[in-house]
Design a binder for this molecule. Structure first.
Ligand code: SAM
Length: 237
């Protein structure tokens, strides 16, 4: 399914420890993604080479910029068809990954891929703002990740409550996100976080991407995240 040469050439700058077993699992993921996408809309990206670059390499870049220790516990918020969570998990099965999304059918797809690849992971069908109020999930994760879910002020309220003190929220953004970063600074502080790193890099030539690493320094006040309607009506700023 995937062009192996293109895959390895694209991820080379990201120095990830991807071996042929990981490649085989990602290849299976790509095949199932493209097939399932014919009957259920999972992604606008339909060509295998685009899946390699815009989905897989994009997510694997995280490994270059964030040191993820063995057996780390990660929650991927608004994972959709598994980005970045499933890509990270298929590459590093030691990671304890929780896939959270409010759309059950997308989680069903992720479960099918995990089964096919013989890899275990937890799917969680809830809204982030509800799950983060449960003690089972609140401040329990080393990392929260998110790509293409919401603007940073809202996304921080979804994600930072899941992260334990000393952990980080990894936000994947387009390079043109200065405005939302500015808007989110106060919210991040209120939620117990601080921007620790802000990396803009070229995924491939002329395809800039951004990874923002927000460190959790102190406990999130218990009133956050607020109910969905309040977050939507009055994003923290
Ligand atoms: N992260 C994936 C990616 O990069 O391809 C999916 C992005 S998709 C545009 C946004 C996903 O976030 C959808 O699957 C949606 O159901 C989920 N989502 C949005 N708000 C959410 C919330 N508050 N709680 C849980 N899931 C949410």
């Amino acid at each position: 399914m995937l062009n192996k040469e293109l895959f390895y050439a694209t991820i080379k700058p990201f120095e990830t420890e991807t071996d042929d077993d990981a490649f085989a699992r990602l290849d299976k993921f790509a095949e199932m993604l493209i097939e399932t996408n014919k009957s259920f809309n999972l992604t606008a990206i339909k060509e295998p080479d685009d899946v390699t670059v815009k989905h897989f390499a994009d997510c694997l870049a995280i490994f270059k910029y964030v040191n993820i220790p063995e057996n780390a516990r990660i929650i991927d918020v608004g994972t959709g068809a598994g980005f970045p969570g499933l890509v990270l998990k298929l590459c590093r099965p030691d990671i304890n990954m929780t896939f959270l999304d409010s759309t059950k059918k997308k989680l069903g797809f992720i479960e099918n891929v995990l089964n096919e690849c013989g890899v275990k992971g937890e799917t969680l069908h809830m809204r982030a703002e509800e799950a983060a109020q449960l003690s089972k999930y609140r401040e329990q994760f080393d990392f929260a990740t998110a790509r293409a879910v919401a603007a940073l002020p809202v996304l921080s309220e979804y994600c930072l409550p899941f992260v334990k003190q000393g952990g980080s929220f990894i936000s994947m953004k387009s390079a043109e996100s200065d405005e939302e970063m500015k808007d989110a600074k106060k919210a991040i502080g209120i939620l117990g976080g601080k921007i620790n790193d802000d990396i803009v890099f070229d995924l491939v030539e002329n395809m800039p991407r951004r990874i923002i690493i927000i460190k959790k320094n102190s406990q999130t006040p218990t009133k956050y995240p607020r109910p969905s309607a309040q977050i939507a009506k009055k994003p923290l700023k």
